[in-house]
Write a protein that binds this ligand. Structure first.
Ligand code: URA
Length: 285
């Protein structure tokens, strides 16, 4: 590194900022929440606890830690996907000590990481995590719900026309569902996804189906198939907007590429304008 490459601390240097801003930018907490962490004595700079809100830190120079854990310098919000295995609760902590998804993601490296939405304990597939509270909460808001695709293995031999009520918009006990595109899936690819069920898939006592939801009500997929008398036996999510699980192995996580984050945000914008055509990009900034 040459002298010219070094980041020089200074009041007006663009890479020097207030500690609370640094923490918020790193996705640890909101600006207000970061101030609370500082005044509570939970933040240190270069090993020394700092409680002064005006303290300045410089990217690439100072080491900031929260509760003793280093906050990666210069990192903006983090977005990652997990291929959730069955048997894990979607929570960052379970008071009863049951297996939860927090054990499968790098929570120490990325303080403030939280799951966006939830998958049931027995559901597998794409679960998004972020430290970006703003985007995460928007994704959960009904106006911004991006389409989510599920593959379901349902009980019984299901004929295509039985899916019609789901395509039209079935009414559940908590109200009408939006029309959900759905189709019976090729049995060979279903056997690849659920090898333990190969026999029942091949002999037709169960049926693999794909369904796309634009809302996120509790147990919605299971309740929708329950309502047409084909209870769900297995459930897997493989897509959220333009984000796909791809070849990510069960139990593994990976950070999203910048282009994937940008695509997800534009999916949200598109959903918001479809839900309310008067809403423009400017409104969302
Ligand atoms: N719908 C369900 O019923 N369960 C899930 O885990 C996700 C969607």
């Amino acid at each position: 590194m040459t002298e010219a490459d070094k980041v020089i601390p200074g009041k007006d240097h663009p890479w020097t900022m207030r500690l609370q801003r640094f923490l918020a930018r790193a996705g640890v907490a909101s600006r207000r929440g970061s101030e609370d962490l500082i005044t509570a004595g939970r933040v240190s700079v270069n090993g020394a606890v700092v409680t002064e809100l005006g303290t300045k830190v410089t990217l690439g120079v100072d080491e900031v830690a929260v509760d003793g854990r280093t906050v990666a310098m210069g990192e903006g919000p983090v977005y990652l996907m997990l291929h959730k295995p069955a048997g894990y609760l979607t929570t960052m902590a379970d008071p009863q000590g049951r297996p939860c998804v927090a054990e499968l993601v790098p929570r120490e490296r990325f303080p403030g990481l939280f799951p966006v939405g939830r998958l049931d304990k027995d559901t597998t597939g794409l679960l998004l995590f972020t430290t970006d509270g703003d985007t995460g909460n928007r994704l959960l808001h009904p106006s911004f719900h991006v389409p989510k695709r599920y593959l379901a293995l349902v009980d019984g031999h299901l004929a295509d026309e039985e899916l019609e009520p789901l395509r039209q918009g079935i009414t559940l006990d908590d109200g009408p569902c939006r029309p959900a595109p759905c189709a019976i899936v090729d049995r060979t690819s279903a056997c690849e996804l659920w090898p333990d069920d190969t026999q029942t898939i091949e002999n037709g006592t169960v049926t693999p189906v794909s369904i796309e939801l634009r809302e996120g009500r509790k147990n919605q997929v299971k309740r929708m198939f329950g309502a047409i008398h084909h209870p769900v036996i297995r459930l897997h999510r493989d897509r959220m907007g333009s984000l796909t699980l791809g070849e990510l192995a069960e139990g593994e996580w990976r950070e999203l590429e910048e282009a994937e984050v940008a695509a997800l945000k534009s999916d949200m914008q598109r959903m918001a304008s479809e839900n309310d055509p008067s809403r423009t990009r400017e409104d969302e900034k």
